[in-house]
Design a protein around this ligand. Structure first.
Ligand code: GDP
Length: 440
């Protein structure tokens, strides 16, 4: 995401290279370039102008710090301003009500139903809540089925009333149902239309009035750029929603919606959708997003994602195995599946500082591990537990069984044995630097 904008901003910072301090004259070109980069990313022009004006005031007002080069200082100022533009700090959703009621709004196709499922899944698995999903899109039977399928997948109940065409009644009955059944969060999905339409607005306003939700979220497709901002404005005027959910940020979005929405509607972005799968959901941290846009990576989110997958008992077992040198291909498979659980591989790797740029244009997808897994699956149970058994004949068999070739099998075996060696040394506290130099 935001690859182009990241590149363009980086180029504009380079214009300051070789300058001793920031002056009104030498910063002018950089600011012009930043503004152009923002406009090309589909940021609203008024916002882009205000942004560069603010950056200019900050940059010229800085005391001359001899230790920091003007280019670096500019990066810092732009990062802080980008974070500010997107809302400054993270804003959570309101879940105080008993049950807490969350109302979804947005156009058809924006990702409301998908997000409802993702949110229910997140609240259930990370916050220990007991959500109830409510199918309030009475016009599209397919939407009701879609929610039912999602509910089944994540094991969350879905409240439906087949044939009832009154979303207000359905929503009220669902809350009653939740109270009676111990559901502490009610997520009401509603009908959208392809474009803003009076009937839809009246209907969702009536639902809002009837159920008095703790949180109204407006869901919008980030790929629609400035249209997303305009739609947000109209929904906000009618509904006075509490937060925005930007979906499809995994796509080729230029970033304009993410950067402009907050400033236009003065409501925070609370979540971003990063894929079609039910766990492809991130809470939105403006400061971290700003760092990602500037190619600084997002190490905090990466560590958090890793921690979510981290199981202390398993880690201890792994440590023991490493020390005894019994780490085998079954453990290796487990590690791969944990990495895969962290989400879209390119996104995960993009969080590593400096990696975003290196990955640009590269075709990394979640199939990256497919060959490795196929090779391991083609090993016998014995071979997986005791890789030293894998001689020439066995390698040939594994290669043909996995649809790969002998070179790939050899490469994996070599990588495996090096990984094992390295992990063992780390777990024994050996000097890592010495070990790395030994490996070259
Ligand atoms: P609704 O009409 O607002 O309920 O929209 P849906 O939830 O049915 O979503 C419309 C389409 O967008 C579906 O094909 C979803 O799989 C897809 N979708 C939703 N969220 C995301 C996302 O974050 N990333 C991607 N790539 N697709 C998404």
């Amino acid at each position: 995401m935001f690859e182009n904008l990241s590149d363009r901003l980086e180029k504009s910072f380079k214009l300051l290279k070789g300058q001793g301090t920031i002056t009104e004259i030498n910063v002018a070109e950089t600011l012009k370039d930043i503004r152009r980069a923002l406009l090309d990313a589909d940021v609203n022009f008024k916002i882009a102008k205000k942004f560069t004006d603010d950056v200019k005031v900050k940059a010229l007002g800085q005391d001359v710090l001899t230790a920091v080069k003007p280019g670096q200082m500019m990066v810092k100022i732009v990062k802080d301003e980008l974070a500010q533009l997107m809302g400054g700090t993270f804003t959570d959703i309101e879940l105080q009500g008993k049950p807490a009621v969350i109302l979804m709004s947005g156009l058809q196709g924006s990702g409301k139903t998908t997000f409802s499922g993702k949110l229910a899944n997140m609240l259930k698995s990370k916050k220990g809540r007991h959500p109830l999903l409510v199918a309030g899109d009475v016009y599209r039977p397919a939407a009701i089925d879609q929610l039912k399928v999602l509910g089944e997948q994540i094991n969350v109940p879905v409240y439906t009333e087949e044939g009832n065409m009154d979303p207000v009644k359905i929503a009220k009955a669902a809350i009653k149902h939740a109270k009676a059944n111990g559901n502490d969060v009610v997520i009401v999905d509603t009908a959208g239309r392809l474009a803003i339409d009076e009937q839809m607005m009246n209907e969702i306003s009536a639902v809002k009035k009837a159920i008095d939700p703790d949180e109204i979220l407006f869901v919008v497709d980030a790929m629609t750029g400035q249209d997303a901002v305009n739609t947000a404005k109209e929904f906000n005027e009618r509904l006075d929603f509490d937060g925005v959910v930007l979906t499809k940020l995994d796509g080729d979005t230029r970033g304009g919606a993410a950067l402009s929405i907050r400033a236009v509607v003065e409501k925070p972005i609370k979540f971003v959708g990063t894929g079609e799968k039910v766990d492809a959901l991130d809470v939105f941290h403006p400061d971290r997003m700003a760092e990602r846009i500037l190619g600084m990576g997002d190490i905090v989110s990466l560590v958090e994602k890793a921690q979510e997958q981290f199981d202390e008992d398993e880690a201890k077992q792994l440590q023991k195995k490493l020390q005894k040198n019994t780490f085998n291909f079954n453990d290796f498979l487990k590690q791969i599946s944990q990495i895969k659980k962290m989400g879209n591989l390119k996104d995960v790797m993009g969080m590593i500082p400096g990696m975003g740029k290196a990955l640009k244009g590269m075709d990394i997808d979640d199939d990256a591990f497919k060959h490795i897994e196929a090779i391991i699956f083609s090993m016998t149970a014995e071979e997986r537990e005791n890789p030293s058994l894998i001689n020439g004949g066995r390698r040939k068999r594994i290669a043909s069984g996995s649809g790969t070739n002998i070179q790939e099998v050899n490469r994996l075996l070599k990588q495996f044995s090096e990984t094992r060696k390295m992990m063992r040394m780390v777990s024994q506290g050996k000097n890592v630097q010495r070990m790395m130099s030994g490996m070259q």
